[in-house]
Design a protein around this ligand. Sequence first.
Ligand code: UD1
Ligand code: UDP
Length: 366
Amino acid sequence: MYNERGMSQPPLVVSVVGNRPQFVKLAPVSRALRGSLREAIVHTEQHYDPSMAGVFFGDLSIPAPDHLLGVRSGSHAEQTARTLLALEPLLVQLSPAAVLVFGDTNATLAATIAAVKLHLPVVHVEAGPRLYDGFASPEEANRVATDHLSTLLLAPTEHAAANLAREGLGDRTVMTGDPMYDVYLASLPQAEATRPWEALDLPRGDYVLLTLHRPANVDDPAQLATLVRAVRAGGLPVIFPVHPRTRRVAEAAGIALERQAGFFPIEPVGYLAMVALERSAEVVVTDSGGVQKEAFFSEVPCINLANRSAWPETVEAGWNVAIGHDPGRITEAIRSFRPRGAQPRLFGEGHAADAIAEAIRHLVAG
Ligand code: UD1
Ligand code: UDP
């Protein structure tokens, strides 16, 4: 590749993101890539509220997206199809040496399909986690399809790499560690300065941090109300940054998500404030994949409102419990699940983004 002066330029990599957890994963990877490659960031805008998207670019100093696709909300087919239609001509125009996709959302799957049909190498960051839930969750379909269509699979943990090997994908896999651990470590000083509990007149600690957004937990208002009641019955103040999917269901069903004694439903917070809330919580209750990992990084007990975890290594290590939906068990776990003791290093040493950039340089050098 040559610029207008005829000088050779580093190869171009296109990073495609669109959802809150992908901005977090992109931040350290983008920084590491730009040392030796050119990068264009494409934001599909599956997430678009400032609190779900823009705040992450600011908090994590991610370069502004080069291209916005305007995909926004809709059914799975609508989001996937709109991404495909917008991305295909852009990839033809940019003709990158590789396309980077992250995690397991509709943006991930659509970018993978668009790229592979154009014979562009696809690199999957966070390849290999599995629920083996018979595709009950939309993410599982996105993960499996993306992994099997990708050229290079970057596994965050040994467990994820083993899943890929079992599926016959071992020769495309590099175990890099998890860039979410890199960005977590790098953000600690700034996160510590945010002190978000002060705005709620709460002391640091002694609260439950709750997040909920899985369709299986929130799309049925009765289920959502039961889960929130069970968490509140644990007897600790509950700080609950409410995902817009959850807010929409609650509002439509008349479920009160207003501040009451000991209950603090708030708008989604930025990454730095979220890390601060996680680190100071007595216990984290969540259905988020990323929040389960960050609770582990923070050495805070995690109660996962599902029957299985995409991060079973954190369960095996004793710091996460996949509790399911039984209200009595949830309340009891909030009162009594207090693991202690040393943690194994499951997610690398905080240098995953460098390993990812190195693997991509190797790929595009041919
Ligand atoms: C998506 C991902 C999920 C990921 C989650 C991270 C898929 C299939 N799902 O789920 O894997 O864990 O992001 O948060 O890709 N909304 C807004 N403003 C926004 C974004 C969403 O109001 O900026 C509302 C809309 O009503 C929308 C709903 O939230 O219909 C759901 O958003 P969507 O992106 O479809 O799925 P998520 O539940 O966010
Ligand atoms: N997060 C955040 N603010 C919030 C909730 C989550 O910054 O109010 C961050 C969280 O710290 C993690 C990521 O968003 O880095 C996880 O995203 P989410 O739970 O939406 O998706 P998942 O990880 O389940 O795909």
